[in-house]
Design a protein around this ligand. Structure first.
Ligand code: MF3
Ligand code: CO
Length: 274
C-alpha cells in the first residue's frame, strides 16, 4: 500500500469549509421553501441558485461534467441526480434535493428528502423511508466520530438499515466521498459493510456521508440523459447527505446550522465546533 491521497485540513481550513457548508444549507432551505405543489423543479433550482449568488458564492454542481443545473432534484422513483425541469410538483411527491456551494475555493455538499405538502399529504411509507435514510446518515456520521477506518462509516449505515428497516433497499452503487478544494475527493465512503475497511481515519479528514435507501430493490438504471438514476422496480427512494469534518477535538457537521447537535444526540455524540 502506498500512502493515501486524502487531503487533510487544518482547523482554519475547516472553519473556511464551514462557511461553504452554511451557504450550502441556506441554498437547500431556500429550495425547500419553494418545493410546493404547482411549482416546477426548475423553480426550486432557481431558488437555490439565487441563495448561492446572494451569498456571493458559486454552485459546485453547475457545469460539473456538464451537469446543467445548480441542484439535483430527485422525485419519487429517482434515487439521485435528477435534473430540474418542467415537472410540476404535486402534494405527496417524495423529493430529494442535493446541492453545494463553493466559498473561497472550499466546497460544501448536502442533501435532504422531503414530502411535498408536508405530513398531511405524506404516504406513511414515504415518511418512514425518508426518516430511515436520515437516521442511517446520522448513524454513519456518528461512527465517523470514533472510526479507526473509513469503512466503519459504511458498517454503521449498514447495521442501522439491517437492524431497523430490513425491508428497505440500501443502495450500494453510489458512495460518499472526501471533499475540500474539490467536491469529490478521496476517499470513497461506502454506504455498506465491505471487507475492505478503507483508509485509516485521520485528523483533518472531511467527508460527505450520503446513504440512499429504496422502498424495494437496490438495482438502479441511469436514463438517456446520462444523469437521472432511477430504481429499476419503480419504487421510491430517499437520499440524505452532510459534509462532516473530523478535527483533533471531535467531529463537526459543516452543513448543519447546529453542527449536528440534534442529529447526533441519539447516538451519544456531541459535535465540537471550531
Ligand atoms: N452531490 C452529489 C454527491 O453527493 C453529486 C452531484 S453530481 C452533479 O456526491 F453533477 F450533480 F454535481
Ligand atoms: Co456528495
Amino acid at each position: 500500500m502506498f500512502g493515501s491521497h486524502v487531503q487533510l485540513k487544518t482547523d482554519d481550513q475547516i472553519r473556511a469549509m464551514r462557511r461553504a457548508g452554511l451557504v450550502t444549507r441556506a441554498a437547500l432551505e431556500a429550495a425547500r421553501a419553494v418545493c410546493v405543489a404547482g411549482n416546477t423543479t426548475r423553480d426550486v433550482d432557481a431558488a437555490a441558485a439565487k441563495a448561492i449568488a446572494d451569498a456571493g458564492a458559486t454552485p459546485n454542481f453547475l457545469g460539473y461534467y456538464g451537469y446543467p443545473a445548480t441542484v439535483c432534484i430527485s422525485v419519487n422513483d429517482t434515487v439521485v441526480h435528477g435534473i430540474p425541469d418542467d415537472y410540476v410538483l404535486a402534494d405527496g411527491d417524495l423529493v430529494s434535493i442535493d446541492g453545494g456551494a463553493i466559498v473561497d475555493g472550499w466546497h460544501g455538499d448536502s442533501a435532504f428528502t422531503m414530502i411535498v405538502g408536508g405530513p398531511q399529504h405524506a404516504d406513511p411509507a414515504d415518511q418512514r423511508l425518508s426518516d430511515a435514510t436520515e437516521a442511517a446518515m446520522w448513524a454513519g456520521i456518528a461512527a465517523f466520530a470514533t472510526a479507526q477506518r473509513v469503512g466503519d462509516i459504511g458498517n454503521a449505515i449498514d447495521a442501522y438499515a439491517t437492524e431497523n428497516v430490513p425491508d428497505l433497499g440500501l443502495v450500494e452503487e453510489f458512495t460518499g466521498h472526501g471533499i475540500g478544494t474539490a467536491m469529490h475527493m478521496e476517499p470513497e465512503v461506502l454506504n455498506f459493510a465491505a471487507s475492505n475497511q478503507g483508509p485509516r481515519v485521520k485528523t483533518g479528514m472531511v467527508l460527505c456521508v450520503e446513504p440512499m435507501l429504496t422502498a424495494g430493490g437496490i438495482e438502479t438504471v441511469t436514463l438517456e440523459d446520462d444523469w437521472t438514476v432511477k430504481t429499476v422496480d419503480g419504487k421510491r427512494a430517499s437520499h440524505w447527505e452532510n459534509t462532516v469534518a473530523r478535527h483533533a477535538g471531535g467531529i463537526w457537521v459543516l452543513t448543519e446550522e447546529d453542527g449536528g447537535l440534534a442529529g447526533l444526540a441519539p447516538y451519544g455524540i456531541t459535535p465540537v465546533p471550531l
